[in-house]
Design a protein. Structure first.
Length: 402
C-alpha cells in the first residue's frame, strides 16, 4: 500500500493532465476542428456531448469495478483508452471516425477523471479521505489555467491534430505508468467501521433514499451551467466584447480561484459538515451569473464573474466527492457516487450543445446567460431541499474500529 502522500501526488499529476487534455483543450481546439472537417457547430460540439453521455452511462458500472478492484488497473486502463481515443481523434477525417474517437474518450473519462480518483481515495484512505480529496482537487484546479494557454500554443505550432496526438502520447507515457505505480490495494473483506459511524447504504438502498435523486438533480443542474461555460466561456467573453487574448486571460482567473476555494475549504471548513459548506457553494453560482448578466461587457464584471464562478466550481468538486460519503457511508462509495454522477454527466453533455445553439442567435449571449442563471437558481433550490430532507450529518471518526 502506498503512503497517502504518494497516492495523492500520483493522482494530482494524472488529474491535471487528464482534465486538461480530455476536457479543457476542446474549448481552444473546437474552431479548428470545425474548419478542418467542415462540420456544423452542432456536430462538432455534439460529439463532445456524446462523449459525456458515454461517461455518464459508464459511471455506475465503473464505480462498482473500482469498489471491487481498486484504482490501479482501472485507471491505468483508462489512460490507455485516453491514448487510443486522442490519437484516433487526431487522425479522424469524417463524422463517423470523429464520433468513434469521442466514444472512446467518453469511456476513458469515466475511468480516469475525478469520480474514479475519488473512489480510489475512498477505498485506500478511509477516515482521511475528505482531506485527501480536498488536496487532490487543489492541484486539479490548475488544469484549465495550464492547459488553455498550453493548448493555444500547441495548436499554433502543430495544429489541432498534432495537439491531440501529443496529448495522447502523454497519457500513454506519463499517466498510464503513474497509475500503475499506485500499487495494489489491500483486499477488502468486511468493511471497517468506526465509532460514531452509521452503517453504510448499499446502492439499492441509496437510490430509494429521497435525498439521492434530489441531490443528483441539484448536481445535474449545476453541472449543466459549468459544462456550458467550460466549453463556450472564451467565445462568450468575445461575444460580450472582449478581445480573444483578454478573454483567455480573464478565463485563466478561474483556475486560481478554484484553488483558492479549495484552500479555503481545507483551512476553514474541514471540520464542517459538507451539507453546510454546500449552501454557500451552490449560492455563489447564481450570484456570479447575475453579475455578468447585469454587467455585460465590462471587464470588471467579467473578472468578478470569474472569481465567484471559480470559487463555486472549486468547492463543488470536493462536495461531489464528500457528500455521497456523508449521506450514504463509504462501504459502497464507488457505486453510489457513480450512480449519483450519472445525471450530472448527462447534463454535462447537454450543456455545450444547447449553449452552442443559443450562441448562434443574434441575442445569444444574453439568452444563454438568462438560461444559465435560471438553472443555477433551480440547482440551489434542489440542493436546499435535498439536505433538508432528513439527510444525516457526515460521519465522525475517532479512529477506533468497532
Amino acid at each position: 500500500m502506498r503512503r497517502p502522500a504518494t497516492t495523492i501526488g500520483i493522482l494530482a499529476a494524472t488529474q491535471i493532465v487528464s482534465w486538461g487534455s480530455l476536457y479543457y483543450a476542446f474549448t481552444i481546439l473546437a474552431p479548428g476542428i470545425r474548419r478542418d472537417l467542415g462540420l456544423a457547430p452542432e456536430l462538432v460540439f455534439g460529439a463532445f456531448s456524446w462523449a459525456l453521455i458515454v461517461a455518464g452511462l459508464a459511471a455506475a458500472p465503473v464505480g462498482i469495478l473500482l469498489d471491487r478492484r481498486g484504482g490501479r488497473t482501472i485507471m491505468a486502463a483508462g489512460s490507455f483508452l485516453c491514448f487510443l481515443g486522442l490519437a484516433w481523434l487526431g487522425r479522424c477525417t469524417g463524422v463517423a471516425s470523429y464520433y468513434a474517437a469521442w466514444t472512446l474518450i467518453g469511456l476513458a473519462m469515466a475511468l480516469t477523471l475525478y469520480e474514479a480518483a475519488f473512489a480510489t481515495i475512498q477505498r485506500r484512505l478511509d477516515a482521511g479521505a475528505r482531506q485527501a480529496m480536498s488536496t487532490l482537487t487543489l492541484f486539479g484546479g490548475f488544469a484549465s489555467t495550464l492547459f488553455w494557454p498550453l493548448t493555444a500554443w500547441l495548436e499554433a505550432s502543430y495544429g489541432w491534430r498534432g495537439t491531440y496526438l501529443w496529448y495522447g502520447i502523454v497519457q500513454l507515457a506519463v499517466c498510464m505508468p503513474l497509475h500503475l505505480c499506485l500499487g495494489a490495494d489491500v483486499p477488502r473483506t468486511s468493511p471497517q467501521r468506526y465509532a460514531g459511524a452509521a452503517p453504510g447504504h448499499t446502492l439499492a438502498q441509496a437510490v430509494r433514499h429521497p435525498a439521492f435523486w434530489t441531490l443528483a438533480l441539484a448536481f445535474a443542474a449545476n453541472t449543466f451551467v459549468f459544462s456550458a461555460m467550460a466549453v463556450h466561456l472564451i467565445t462568450l467573453f468575445e461575444r460580450l466584447g472582449q478581445a480573444k487574448g483578454t478573454a483567455i486571460l480573464l478565463a485563466a482567473l478561474i483556475g486560481p480561484m478554484q484553488v483558492a476555494g479549495r484552500v479555503g475549504e481545507m483551512a476553514f471548513a474541514r471540520h464542517t459538515a459538507p451539507q453546510t459548506v454546500g449552501k454557500l457553494t451552490f449560492a455563489l453560482l447564481p450570484a456570479a451569473l447575475a453579475i455578468i448578466a447585469l454587467g455585460g461587457a465590462r471587464a470588471g464584471s467579467v473578472a468578478a464573474f470569474c472569481v465567484l464562478y471559480g470559487l463555486s466550481n472549486g468547492i463543488l468538486t470536493i462536495l461531489r466527492g464528500s457528500l455521497p460519503r456523508a449521506l450514504f457511508g463509504r462501504e459502497h462509495y464507488g457505486a453510489i457516487a457513480g450512480a449519483m454522477a450519472g445525471p450530472a454527466l448527462l447534463s454535462k453533455a447537454a450543456g455545450p450543445l444547447i449553449a452552442a445553439a443559443l450562441l448562434r442567435r443574434a441575442d445569444g449571449p444574453a439568452l444563454l446567460l438568462s438560461v444559465l442563471l435560471a438553472m443555477s437558481i433551480v440547482s440551489l433550490a434542489l440542493y436546499l431541499r435535498a439536505i433538508g430532507g432528513g439527510a444525516r450529518p457526515e460521519e465522525t471518526f475517532d479512529k477506533r474500529p468497532v
